[in-house]
Design a protein around this ligand. Sequence first.
Ligand SMILES: Nc1ccn([C@@H]2O[C@H](COP(=O)(O)OP(=O)(O)OP(=O)(O)O)[C@@H](O)[C@H]2O)c(=O)n1
Ligand SMILES: C[C@](O)(CO)[C@H](O)COP(=O)(O)O
Length: 228
Amino acid sequence: MYLLIPAAGMGKRMGSERNKLLLNLLGKPLLSWTLLAAETAQKIEWIGIIGQPYDFPEFKNILENISLNKPVELISGGETRQQSVYNGLQALPKEAENVLIHDGARCLVTPNLFDRCAEELLNCQGLIAAIPVKDTIKIVDSKQFIKDTPKRSNLWAAQTPQGFDVNLLKESHEKGYQMGWQVTDDAALFEKCQLPVKIVQGEETNLKVTTPVDLAIAEFILKQRLTQ
Ligand SMILES: Nc1ccn([C@@H]2O[C@H](COP(=O)(O)OP(=O)(O)OP(=O)(O)O)[C@@H](O)[C@H]2O)c(=O)n1
Ligand SMILES: C[C@](O)(CO)[C@H](O)COP(=O)(O)O
């Protein structure tokens, strides 16, 4: 299975002056933990890291320090996550039929989740890891008055990995580009093209490190894992 890791963001919500994936998490840059999980996953055989070229020297340092056995390529990212994934898709080896996309910022992903998604992708055209929403969600108008309370049993929080048939995802990205669709994940492009996307049970600990609180929670979870 081919894996693309979008890692070309800035981390504005982290308040960081550099790519948050280079921040320290228990003695290693955050991105190292994501890569180590991909290395351990049995089904992943190729890894493309999508980053901003100015971060490549740091990415190369990371790769030297963790010395992966799987082939890794660095791919230039774009201004948005959507553009970065678009670039990643163009850089996939020609023989790639299916692809998993996993945010570098979800550094607590387990090898098991990668493998479950890779396995399931043999039976469908598109999938995402997701978990049932625990909160009661309110739909609010522009004046911050509640308009509706959707039924919670229909609500799932999207995660990555997200997996797709490569040709269909490329077509969905092309259409998205032509139509000017702006989305925060790849499943949304598939949905807009009326293509089916299956849910795979995600992991509660597979959080996206977005704010400083997330970093503290990630450190806590990782410490627990490493002492088990
Ligand atoms: N132009 C971009 C923007 C984001 N990403 C990646 O997409 C993932 C999810 O994005 P997010 O958590 O929003 O990361 P940032 O864009 O870095 O954060 P922020 O939105 O707070 O600036 C991250 O692994 C990030 O590196 C990317 O590859 N290219
Ligand atoms: C793809 C994603 O991680 C799914 O939760 C998420 O949509 C990334 O975008 P965000 O804008 O950083 O939430």
